[in-house]
Write a protein that binds this ligand. Structure first.
Ligand SMILES: Nc1nc2c(ncn2[C@@H]2O[C@H](COP(=O)(O)OP(=O)(O)OP(=O)(O)O)[C@@H](O)[C@H]2O)c(=O)[nH]1
Ligand SMILES: [Mg+2]
Length: 320
């Protein structure tokens, strides 16, 4: 019988049982009581990760191929590498992830590389709670480097990026032409820019576009995100990328920004957990009938959602 006790699983995981690591991560993905039990077990020992690096960008930008190269760089240093491949748009761990597995296949025989995909499992926003928790599981198991590949650059991805110390935003040549690019969102999360597929025409223009965008960023602080050109398929630029990640890490340390970020992100995480829990608890406490009545009232435009929330909280004595 496989244990579901997180204390036992963590012990097995630490002694190299990757199946136990996988089961801990499944419990985190499931949410609720299972996830809370895992969190309680791993949290005290989860602070030993040297680097958490996020790679995010549009579908097909080359994130998985880059991740593969970054694993190779990271494995030249001591310590095992954990990879979380996150797809906020997919409720299943399926097709695209299979491709990721194949691209990262050379590492599947390396016992010090662990690759795992995570999907939404239906509840949007669930990943922004589950991913930081999953990173802590990997830290407690003993992974010193954790890479997070996330597809897309929307609000959920911005929240997921919060689980990383250094976020690498991957774009391709010609990207500047696409007006739909969420530039403000990118600026908010990018610590390092990568122009991947630099073997294709247009990378010089794209670098100029990014430089202009950075020049105009009113929120630019001491750290100006470097722009690295890579050809992930040949490995060109991978060393420069890994150096840029290391320099950002050193900057975070020396400026005190690492602690400030971690404080801010823990508060954001606490808020997300609170919102999810409160909504679930209020629904349970108020009961289905009250929700039915309020929903009908909202549909009939007799009560607006803000008033409905206020009524629920007042009835439960949460707010006077
Ligand atoms: N020419 C060229 N092709 C590349 C490069 N990097 C990746 N590709 C190709 O681009 C395609 C997508 O690469 P992936 O690494 O799967 O991209 P991804 O961003 O992980 O894709 P999703 O996870 O599906 O969003 C593959 O066919 C790669 O071989 C590159 O530097 N140059
Ligand atoms: Mg991928």
């Amino acid at each position: 019988v496989r244990s579901q006790d997180p204390v036992v699983l963590l012990e097995q995981a630490r002694s190299g049982d990757r199946g136990a690591t996988g089961r801990l991560l499944s419990m985190v993905e499931r949410g609720g009581a299972a996830s809370a039990a895992v969190a309680r077990t791993v949290y005290p020992d989860s602070g030993h990760i040297d680097r958490v690096v996020g790679l995010t960008g549009a579908p097909g930008a080359g994130k998985s191929t880059l991740t593969d190269g970054v694993i190779r760089q990271a494995r030249q240093e001591p310590g095992p590498v954990g990879v979380l491949a996150v797809d906020p748009s997919s409720p299943f761990t399926g097709g695209a992830i299979l491709g990721d597995r194949v691209r990262m296949s050379e590492h599947t025989t390396d016992p010090d590389v662990f690759i795992r995909s995570m999907a939404t499992r239906g509840h949007l926003g669930g990943l922004s709670v589950a991913v930081p928790e999953a990173v802590r599981v990997l830290g407690a198991v003993g992974f010193t480097t954790v890479l997070i590949e996330t597809v897309g650059v929307g609000q959920v991805e911005v929240e997921i990026a919060g689980a990383a110390d250094t976020t690498v935003v991957v774009v391709n040549p010609g990207w500047g032409d696409s007006v739909q690019a969420n530039k403000a969102g990118l600026l908010e999360i990018a610590d390092v820019f990568v122009i991947n597929k630099a073997d294709r025409p247009g990378s010089a223009e794209t670098r100029r576009d990014l430089d202009n965008m950075l020049d105009l960023d009113p929120a630019m602080g001491e750290w100006r995100p470097p722009i690295v050109l890579t050809t992930a398929t040949s490995g060109d630029g991978l060393e420069e990328l890994w150096t840029a990640v290391g320099e950002h890490s050193a900057y975070l340390e020396r400026s005190g920004e690492r602690d400030r970020r971690r404080r801010r992100r823990l508060i954001e995480e606490l808020d997300r957990v609170l919102v999810r829990r409160l909504a679930a608890d209020v629904r349970t406490l108020a009961g289905g009938e009250v929700y039915e009545r309020l929903t009908s009232a909202m549909l009939a435009r007799a009560v607006d959602p803000q008033a409905a929330a206020a009524e629920l909280l007042a009835a439960l004595g949460v707010v006077a």
